[in-house]
Ligand binder design. Structure first.
Ligand code: GLY
Ligand code: MN
Ligand code: MN
Length: 364
């Protein structure tokens, strides 16, 4: 991990030259983890052209020594602000142009930094580290596979033990427990358990609605493994398959398969989104699919690249994206099917393996 982090920081250093800045202050905690191996928070990383310094506080001293051996630390003492810590390091490097991460820097932090470093010029940047994170290396892919495996095993137990009188909340609690049982540190996001009409809300929160109050339940869940995340959605049939469910489910599955088939190096995110969206539009449900087709997963549950309209980002081997079309019909319900897909050198590999044909979704 230490060697990997060092190599990643070297790549950022090359970017500093291109950006014409003396340093980059990394304030996004996932980016700090990516570049240092440190898994705590409340810590920033200052990368200059010849130094890397992690600025943290005494709560993390031991953890930092374990997780980032060899990395220079600035442990600010109680009563010393984070910005004072940054100024102490930046001041001693002689850097005058400091790139900051506009997406994670608050206005308050920006003002405090400007006050602490009156001679420095803060240069707003976006996506410097996030773009590197979009392409996963072999170790990251192993960790994503692990998080998928944990999620799939948890879902297997959930499905086998699902009872009609359970509420969405109870199913959610059970799923979170099973995720931990299979090695996850927890869910990668609050699971969505949405019975019948509630599945028309793409981000429904679990309620006291019971499983037996409808014919189907949408489950959107994932595991937080060793930092890396998984993200899946399936619709379980707990009653009868109505003609409407059969129709909507069939369109969503066809759309998802078309989206997956379009994934290969060189394809744009827009093209992949369009391949899936066209199927839904042609079936007359275009206005009922109101979100992008998918997103990258990794240290964050939602990261780049985003599979969406007008996104001309080109897919590269090593990217891992979700493919999750949906049709949402208020008052009736919704269907979304979501898998995690790796872009390979020659095309793609679907990393998730939970069955998704409609007859397979019927629970006993
Ligand atoms: N869990 C939210 C999503 O699928 O993106
Ligand atoms: Mn999801
Ligand atoms: Mn997702």
């Amino acid at each position: 991990m230490a060697a990997q982090s060092t190599a990643r920081r070297q790549r950022v250093r090359k970017q500093l030259k291109k950006l014409g800045v003396d340093a980059l202050l990394v304030t996004n905690f996932a980016n700090v983890t990516y570049l240092s191996g440190f898994t705590g928070d409340d810590s920033y990383l200052l990368l200059t052209r010849d130094r890397d310094v992690l600025i943290s506080d005494p709560r993390y001293t031991t953890q930092l020594e374990e997780e980032c051996p060899g990395l220079e630390l600035e442990i600010r003492q109680p009563g010393t602000s984070m910005t004072a810590g940054v100024a102490k390091v930046a001041g001693s490097t002689g850097g005058t142009k400091i790139a900051v991460e506009a997406d994670s820097m608050t206005l308050a932090l920006s003002e405090a930094l400007a006050a602490a470093l009156p001679k420095a010029e803060l240069v707003s940047t976006r996506g410097v580290v996030e773009e590197m994170r979009e392409v996963k290396d072999a170790d990251e892919i192993v960790l994503i596979r692990e998080a998928i495996h944990q999620a799939e095993r948890a879902f297997g137990v959930l499905r086998a033990t699902l009872r009609p009188e359970q509420t969405e909340r109870e199913v959610c609690t059970e799923l979170e427990y099973q995720l931990r049982r299979f090695g996850a540190t927890g869910a990668s996001f609050p699971p969505i358990i949405a019975v019948g009409a509630r599945a028309a809300l793409p981000h429904a929160r679990p309620t006291d609605q019971k499983i037996n109050e409808s014919d189907f339940v949408l489950v959107d869940w994932g595991a937080n493994g060793k930092l890396y995340k998984s993200d899946l959605t399936r619709v379980l049939v707990t009653g009868k398959i109505s003609p409407k469910l059969e129709r909507v489910y069939g369109v969503v599955l066809k759309s998802q398969l078309a989206g997956i088939a379009a994934i290969r190096p060189g394809a744009t995110c827009h093209e992949v989104d369009a391949a899936a969206r066209d199927v839904i539009a042609k079936a007359g449900f275009g206005s009922k699919f109101g979100h992008g087709l998918g997103h990258g997963i990794g240290l964050d549950i939602h990261e780049g690249p985003r599979l969406g309209r007008n996104n001309q980002t080109v897919l590269k081997p090593g990217m891992v994206v979700t493919v999750e079309p949906g049709i949402y019909l208020p008052g009736w319900g919704g269907v979304r099917i979501e898998d995690d897909v790796l872009v390979t050198k020659t095309g793609h590999e679907v990393l998730t393996s939970v069955a998704k044909e409609l007859p397979d979704m019927v629970v006993g």
